[in-house]
Design a protein around this ligand. Structure first.
Ligand code: ZN
Length: 555
């Protein structure tokens, strides 16, 4: 048979196409030609806040733009944020440091230091608590708590010409992906995207901020519901309000409604792109890093849960936003390697889970409130603190005994608290700090880790609580309120499992369903860019993301 005008390879493709399922993005997206060789000019590291492996699995066949292109590369649908404290700050810290929270020191979004010499004993993960102007609620933003370098930090050590830029709506995401040594770092404040006070704000970012202010002042109509989202739309009552049918109408002047919408991610991408041009990222043969964390998926997950119209509209918009960002890098002729993952997963609102075959889902009992627990401990032991709380922290994670309590009494408080919690049906496990400190650091596949292993991976003897509590599956901590109906932070796999995708032009694709870890991302990128680091720099391992015979890990 003669086939004029087409090569044999193209003919094979034409013949094969009808056999491939139409919803397979690898079949429909355009093929990439001419693989670049040598180190890429730019690392584009994307975190999607709260993008669980479950959400990715549910929606991946619908993506047509950025999230479809990323699926042409190396796809690890079961990446693990392996540790128990599945919160934003620890999750972002693992991605580009390649280390567990137990090593990088970022054990939670906030922890307590009962001995610190200020009234506010709560320590925010991304504040400089040494600065007298800083508090956990109004932090002086800093990556000072991060005990190890990020990939960008290692690259700058190897070659100071390497640029390291981080952007997110969340200060903690930008700090943990950028680390202590950034050339630019931007996060959202009341004044728009801002940087450290000592740095001159970028003109390009100021222009993005003016655009945001204009949109908020004018307001915008509700967003389109993609056809494939129609089945998700439906009202679910939660207390005195409903979720499930929202379409992000923006009332004029409502900056919070702007933030809890896909618009926040679009603006984050615009800030990132303006910094690409201002800093001329990826324009020479010294590799730079652009870390971008998109926060809207998390804001929307907390406000509306995972299974409504809201999350579906958000993921469709995120696909477009990431596509636009990648197309803009292409248009500038930049050879980049992209990685996308998440800082943690998440779970739907218990009220919808109850309708959707998970009736055991529940909200935390009021007797688990920290003050209620403190009262119960006082009733058992007679120990109390005059004029202050006996216990700090909360049952999803770390609880601390007040520094006002004497050491012998403290041991009784800890014992009593562990006894109280151990008997509670919503508590899966309770550990004393000494028990976790004595436990070995876990290894092996994260899906096989015990609860002790998971808690140990986010335990730091200086920063962790006197008692660490893990709630049972599908128990949601806190009360529901408008803007807060669902969360994450548990040691269960719906919060630990996240997708990990790598893409570079011409990289032969692969799909590896076996578990890998987010701490594997930094060593993998280090291999891709040919970065030399000390052998002990990372807790993770290099993943051979080249689906062909080549082994990028050099083994
Ligand atoms: Zn998060």
């Amino acid at each position: 048979m003669r086939l004029p005008f087409v090569s044999i390879a193209a003919a094979v493709t034409l013949v094969a196409t009808p056999c491939i399922a139409q919803d397979d993005p690898q079949a429909t997206a355009p093929a990439e030609a001419s693989a670049p060789s040598g180190p890429p000019q730019l690392v584009l590291a994307i975190a999607v806040d709260q993008l669980s492996a479950d959400l990715f699995a549910q929606y991946r066949r619908h993506f047509t733009e950025g999230l479809a292109r990323l699926q042409q590369g190396a796809v690890f649908p079961s990446g693990y944020q392996s540790h128990a404290a599945t919160e934003t700050c620890p999750g972002h810290a693992t991605i580009l440091t390649g280390t567990h929270p137990a090593r990088n020191g970022i054990i939670a979004n906030a922890w307590f230091d009962p001995d610190i010499d200020r009234d506010d004993k709560r320590i925010y993960c991304a504040e400089d608590a040494r600065d007298p102007a800083s508090s956990s609620r109004q932090p002086v933003v800093s990556a000072e708590h991060l005990r190890v370098p990020t990939l960008g930090g290692w690259m700058k050590r190897a070659d100071p010409r390497s640029l390291n830029v981080a952007v997110s709506a969340k200060d903690r995401a930008a700090m943990m992906m950028g680390g202590r040594n950034t050339d630019a770092a931007y996060w959202l404040t009341r004044e728009g995207f801002s940087t450290f006070p000592a740095r001159t704000p970028s003109a390009g970012v100021s222009a993005v901020n003016r655009d945001i202010a204009g949109v908020v002042a004018r307001g915008e109509a509700a967003m389109e519901l993609p056809a494939w989202c129609a089945a998700r739309a439906g009202d679910v009552p939660v207390g005195g309000f409903t979720i499930g049918n929202g379409r992000f109408a923006l009332p004029a002047g409502d900056s919070n409604a702007w933030r809890v919408s896909p618009r926040a991610d679009e603006a984050t991408a615009n800030v990132a792109l303006s910094l690409v041009d201002e800093f001329r990222l990826g324009r020479d043969n010294v590799t730079d890093v652009l870390a971008v964390s998109f926060s809207a998926t998390d804001y929307i997950g907390h406000s509306y849960g995972h299974q409504g119209a809201e999350m579906c509209i958000q993921l469709a918009a995120l696909d477009r936003t990431i596509g636009t960002l990648m197309a803009a890098l292409d248009a500038r002729g930049i050879d980049y390697v992209a990685v996308l993952t998440a800082d943690h997963g998440g779970l739907d609102a218990v009220e919808r889970l109850d309708r959707q075959a998970l009736p055991g889902a529940a909200r935390e009992g009021a007797e688990l409130d920290t003050d209620a627990l403190a009262a119960a401990v006082t009733a058992r032991t007679g120990i109390a603190v005059a004029g202050g709380p006996l216990l700090l922290g909360g049952v999803q994670g770390d609880i601390y005994v007040s520094a006002e309590v004497k050491p012998r009494e403290k041991a009784r408080v800890v014992r009593s608290l562990i006894e109280l919690l151990s008997g509670h049906p919503q508590v899966a496990a309770v550990f004393g700090a000494s028990e976790l400190e004595a436990a070995p650091l876990p290894s092996g596949s994260p899906q096989d880790w015990t609860l002790v292993d998971r808690a140990r991976a986010s335990f730091d003897p200086e920063r962790s609580g006197d008692v660490v509590v893990l709630l049972e599956r599908a128990v949601s901590p806190g009360r529901a309120s408008p803007g807060y109906v669902a969360t994450h932070g548990s040691p269960w796999d719906y919060d630990r499992r996240v997708p990990i995708l790598f893409w570079r032009k011409g990289l032969p694709g692969l799909e590896q369903p076996a578990p890998v870890e987010t701490i594997d991302i930094a060593p993998t990128l280090a291999a891709v860019i040919g970065l030399e680091v000390p052998e002990t720099a990372f807790d993770g391992r290099c993943l051979d993301i080249d689906g062909s015979r080549a082994n990028i890990c050099g083994q």
